[in-house]
Unconditional design. Structure first.
Length: 315
């Protein structure tokens, strides 16, 4: 059985080409939950990607690329006449990125309103873990989010677990009050919350790490910090997990959080305890930021990332 259902949007990615004159870009694809699905597949945790695409050649290319990475594509809805979204990345000399999006009419935004939506949502109960981000939730309207949350609740009652990533993009929300309310609902439902101060401080400016954590009621919460460390809260007790020192310069922070999430979830599904999982997350993210783009070459994946344990992750 495939272990993880990753829900969200993949877009055409344009990133600055290296070693060439300004204005040249290379084309690929990416999206936060898709990046996580690829890394999950590479780490041996089976992942299906749940989204909607068009019936165009670029969508065909995406699906072929995901399948080549071992990501399941049977839950991808294909919509005649629609296209995937597009985003462009510009990075500065410190590896920090700036995104530009063209996605308002992208196929993925219709996922909660299709004839096949009930079947797709019903399938969530067949997975061990459901993973989505706040960016995923920003794609849908209020009714679509209600359908998705109801399906996640039913899946949890059937034994699935829900991991929520707080990945925040202000442009995806009509206003911050709507975003705060949706985050609250996701926190209430989640078994695992993968948060960061970068995501939460725009919603709650000036709050301390402790205050941000207090807003999340779950038993298993990771708060990634601006420094190379995270706070892991387990059943009300906090532990600081520090990242290993980077072995190369940072060139692009794209997908740092997505790869952290993949390694964390994969480690937990393999039976690792949350501290081991957080260390695995930091280790993979520390490699990813030393390469351009969201998906690093397969040969660059760090060996032995997931601890050699067995059995299901503990509750």
């Amino acid at each position: 059985m495939t272990k993880v259902a990753c829900i969200g949007e993949c877009m055409i990615e344009l990133k600055q080409a290296q070693g060439t004159q300004a204005g040249l870009f290379s084309r690929g694809y990416g999206g936060d939950t898709l990046n996580t699905a690829v890394y999950l597949a590479r780490l041996g945790a089976g992942a299906d990607y749940i989204t909607a695409l068009g019936d165009d050649s670029l969508s065909d290319e995406m699906i072929a690329g995901w399948a080549a990475e071992g990501v399941g594509t049977t839950r991808v809805a294909r919509l005649p006449g629609k296209l995937p979204g597009l985003y462009m990345i510009q990075t500065d000399d410190k590896g920090e990125r700036r995104f530009f999006h063209w996605r308002d009419s992208a196929a993925a935004r219709s996922l909660m309103d299709l004839p096949q939506t009930p079947e797709i949502l019903g399938s969530l109960a067949t997975y061990e873990m459901i993973y989505l981000s706040a960016i995923t939730l920003s794609l849908y309207g209020e009714e679509g989010r209600a359908r998705l949350f109801a399906a996640v609740k039913r899946a949890r009652e059937a034994g699935a677990r829900f991991a929520f990533d707080t990945n925040f993009r202000a442009r995806g929300w009509p206003d911050l009050d709507v975003a705060r309310a949706v985050y609250h609902d996701a926190f209430e439902l989640a078994d695992i919350v993968l948060a960061s101060t970068e995501d939460l401080l725009p919603l709650h400016p000036g709050e301390s790490n402790e205050a941000l954590l207090a807003r999340i009621p779950g038993n298993e919460v990771v708060l990634k910090l601006s420094e190379p460390a995270s706070i892991l809260r387990l059943a009300g007790v906090s532990h600081q997990i520090r990242a290993e020192q980077l072995k190369a310069p940072v060139v692009d922070t794209t997908a740092a959080g997505d790869s952290f999430a993949a390694a964390y979830v994969a480690a937990r599904l393999a039976g690792a305890d949350p501290k081991e999982a957080a260390r695995a997350g930091h280790r993979l993210a520390g490699v990813v930021v030393c390469h351009p783009g969201a998906i690093i070459p397969r040969a660059a994946m760090p060996p032995g990332l997931i601890p050699a344990t067995s059995g299901k992750a503990s509750p």
